[in-house]
Design a protein around this ligand. Structure first.
Ligand SMILES: Nc1ncnc2c1ncn2[C@@H]1O[C@H](COP(=O)(O)OP(=O)(O)O)[C@@H](O)[C@H]1O
Ligand SMILES: Cc1ncsc1CCOP(=O)(O)O
Ligand SMILES: [Mg+2]
Length: 272
């Protein structure tokens, strides 16, 4: 029997509704992230309509995770105290039912972050987002990229993403030219966006925060992740159209995230 080609999993209207719900609810997003991208990540969340809180101190992180709408755990510069705060926050988020995103930045040859990421992989993240090389490491199917950048393609990470989703119970999002997002059963590709995002530090890290913002709006984590990626890509396309380089792109990207309407998202998002 010929294999069925699955139809597109979500409609443009569902994406538009998700953006409208985010703007109406201003989700409180706890961010435990790296020192490089903290400011950009907070500005991306604010521009999109969420409320960021960079709470990553042991003794505070757990209590805040219990009241946050969503949470991002990003391992870009995982100092000892931050790792303790992350462990506290993850335990509290899971106990309170707060959805959270894991971004395993630069896992592979760096032992401290890789060992910690493998532990967090098995600690019930709602979404795991990373580039292809990072996702392959968490699926135990690769050795890592070059620094924080991928050396593998999204397509080469597809099987690993599905296996990781089935193993971890998380939605797995692989970023690249066309983003791949899967819950192990349903798989969606989000097309478009701009390669200019790779020239702005935080271009991937802030995407994890946007996913965390959408997670509080629906019980379907795949929809939340797809809506987050679609908004991000739509804003990046708009920014690229008027930017003259990565500096003006970053500014235009914040503006585009802020002005993107649900109707524009519905009319421009390209899923397959
Ligand atoms: N070749 C590309 N064309 C268009 N968008 C891209 C391309 N590569 C990456 N992106 C986008 O840039 C953002 C960051 O992706 P990526 O660089 O893979 O993440 P990371 O910074 O975590 O390695 C994502 O929104 C992704 O869709
Ligand atoms: C350069 C760098 N070094 C440690 S974390 C970081 C930022 C990575 O950001 P992104 O994953 O969005 O490229
Ligand atoms: Mg990254």
């Amino acid at each position: 029997m010929e294999s069925m080609v699955p139809s597109i999993v979500f409609t443009p209207g569902e994406l538009a509704d998700a953006l409208g719900a985010l703007r109406a609810s201003t989700p409180l997003v706890q961010v435990l992230t790296n020192a490089v991208v903290t400011n950009f990540t907070a500005n991306v969340l604010l521009a999109a309509g969420a409320s960021p809180a960079m709470v990553d101190v042991p003794g505070e992180a757990g209590g805040f995770a219990a009241v946050a709408s969503g949470m991002l755990v990003n391992l870009g510069t995982p100092h000892g105290e931050q790792r303790a705060a992350m462990a506290e926050a993850v335990a509290a988020a899971n106990a309170a039912g707060t959805p959270w995103v894991l971004d395993p930045v630069a896992v592979g040859s760096l032992g401290i972050r890789t060992n910690f990421a493998l532990k967090l992989r098995d600690a019930s993240p709602t979404v795991i987002r990373g580039n292809a090389s990072e996702i392959m490491v968490l699926a135990e199917a690769g050795s890592g990229g070059r620094g924080v950048e991928a050396t593998d393609t999204v397509d080469s990470a597809s099987a690993a993403a599905t296996a990781l989703a089935l193993r971890s119970g998380a939605v797995v999002a692989v970023s690249g030219e066309a983003d791949l997002i899967t819950d192990g059963t349903r798989t969606v590709h989000v097309h478009g966006g701009s390669k200019m995002l790779t020239l702005v530090t935080g271009g991937g890290c802030a995407l994890g925060a946007i996913c965390a913002a959408f997670l509080s709006l629906t019980d379907d984590a795949l929809l939340a992740a797809v809506a987050g990626h679609a908004c991000y890509s739509a804003a990046a396309e708009r920014a690229e159209a008027i930017a003259s380089g990565p500096g003006s792109f970053a500014v235009a990207f914040l503006d585009a995230l802020h002005t993107l309407t649900p109707a524009e998202l519905a009319s421009t998002a390209v899923l397959s």
